[in-house]
Design a protein around this ligand. Structure first.
Ligand SMILES: Nc1ncnc2c1ncn2[C@@H]1O[C@H](COP(=O)(O)OP(=O)(O)OP(=O)(O)O)[C@@H](O)[C@H]1O
Ligand SMILES: [Mg+2]
Length: 380
């Protein structure tokens, strides 16, 4: 008899211990049957959902899921019930009794009840609302920055188109004026008209190609493609050529490589475009003697286990003195600019860095030389 009493006591102590653990957990814990009916819930879960224990025991676990999580929640639950999966690890949105919401990281697994031998589900939820909201805010800010950078790039593009069109537009005007004159003075023969119209058509074709080039460059094409590094650079330089001419800057290309790179071409073009633009801005404002920008490309073959891999680098160099020492650790920050308000958004280098790191798995570095800085993109 005494023996039995002792055993009962031991069980009771162990039950208490279990109950205390269950309730003092910082996770919300529930046990449900295979239909989602709540059989047990700990204090934390009651605190998280604002329902008291009695209310919870009359509810199904889905009742606490917020409407947009409900359908998906049931699907996952069914997978567990049908033993398609061993456990569920998911982020879920829940609605509290007062209608407010919280985000939870849910771990759910099936357990066997030692008494009834029935299969039950044990769910543990960690409140991640704060983390989730921070992440959403960061994602929104990132999308906003990309949008602004795009707008800025469009503005620059428009400026470039204006540059590139000015000359052919002038020429078209002259051709038309010449035709009028010739007509007025009865000096317009077939050949003259034919030549003039031929020249005009070719100018119009040139202007139309400019638009195509820019449109191509700005298209949000996210497809991965194989492209020739130098051809891509040729395109970028072509687009910026008028800007270089107007500012009397020479662009030198060295180390030309015939490397093929895999990735999002337009993105990389934009990354380089930002570097060249910075070099142009620096050269123009520094009034350096050496109005020269150098683009240096390199491609190295590395023997790595299964076969060769290639690392490419593109370096944009100017002779305008570089970045002041005290600003060096800021230049890649979003919105950091030393330019007047309508000249710079401060997103150029930030975007370049994020493109190279995120889409090309590469790195960006700045090195100062006595002549000026060079910014180097390295990627696989
Ligand atoms: N080649 C360079 N020489 C000197 N300073 C540079 C050079 N490239 C960047 N910087 C400095 O880094 C800052 C940030 O460059 P970033 O390209 O991010 O923005 P921005 O050029 O000011 O504006 P945006 O590119 O949006 O038009 C610049 O304002 C400038 O002070
Ligand atoms: Mg810039």
């Amino acid at each position: 008899m005494a023996y039995r009493k002792e055993a009962e006591q031991r069980i009771s102590i162990s039950h208490d211990r279990y109950q205390r653990m269950f309730n003092s957990s910082f996770l919300g814990i529930t046990v449900t049957d295979i239909n989602g009916q709540i059989l047990n819930a700990n204090d934390k879960w009651a605190e998280m959902t604002l329902y008291d224990h009695d209310e919870l025991l009359n509810m199904k676990i889905f009742d606490i899921l917020s409407p947009e999580s409900k359908a998906a929640g049931k699907v996952e639950f069914k997978k567990l019930r049908d033993k398609d999966v061993q456990d569920i690890v998911l982020e879920r949105k829940y609605t509290r009794k007062d209608g407010s919401i919280f985000w939870g990281q849910l771990y759910m697994t099936s357990i066997r009840d030692p008494e009834t031998k029935a299969s039950n589900f044990l769910g543990m939820v960690h409140d991640i609302t704060e983390k989730r909201l921070q992440r959403e805010a960061a994602e929104r800010a990132e999308a906003m920055m990309i949008h602004q950078a795009r707008q800025a790039a469009m503005g620059e593009m428009l400026g470039n188109i204006a540059h590139q069109w000015r000359q052919p537009l002038n020429n078209l005007g002259l051709i038309i004026a010449n035709i009028e004159d010739a007509y007025k003075y009865d000096d317009l023969d077939d050949q003259g008209l034919f030549d003039a119209s031929h020249r005009a058509k070719s100018l119009i074709r040139q202007m139309s190609e400019t638009i195509d080039d820019f449109q191509d460059f700005l298209s949000p094409n996210m497809d991965t493609e194989s492209f020739n590094l130098e051809d891509m650079l040729d395109n970028v330089v072509e687009m910026i050529q008028d800007n270089l001419n107007i500012n009397k800057i020479t662009l030198v290309r060295t180390g030309r490589v015939s490397g093929i790179v895999e990735g999002q071409k337009n993105q990389l073009a934009q990354a380089i475009f930002n570097l060249i633009n910075n070099a142009v801005d620096a050269t123009v404002s520094s009034e350096t003697e050496k109005r020269e920008i150098i683009i240096r490309t390199q491609m190295r073959e590395k023997q790595l286990g299964e076969g060769p891999i290639y690392t490419a680098s593109i370096q944009v160099e100017d002779h305008a003195g570089g970045v002041p020492e005290n600003l060096l650790h800021n230049i890649f920050d979003p919105y950091f600019t030393t330019k007047p308000k309508n000249k710079g958004t401060g997103l150029g280098l930030y975007i370049t860095k994020s493109i190279v790191e995120n889409t090309f798995n590469g790195s960006v570095s700045l090195t100062q030389t006595p002549m000026g800085p060079y910014l180097k993109l390295k990627f696989l």
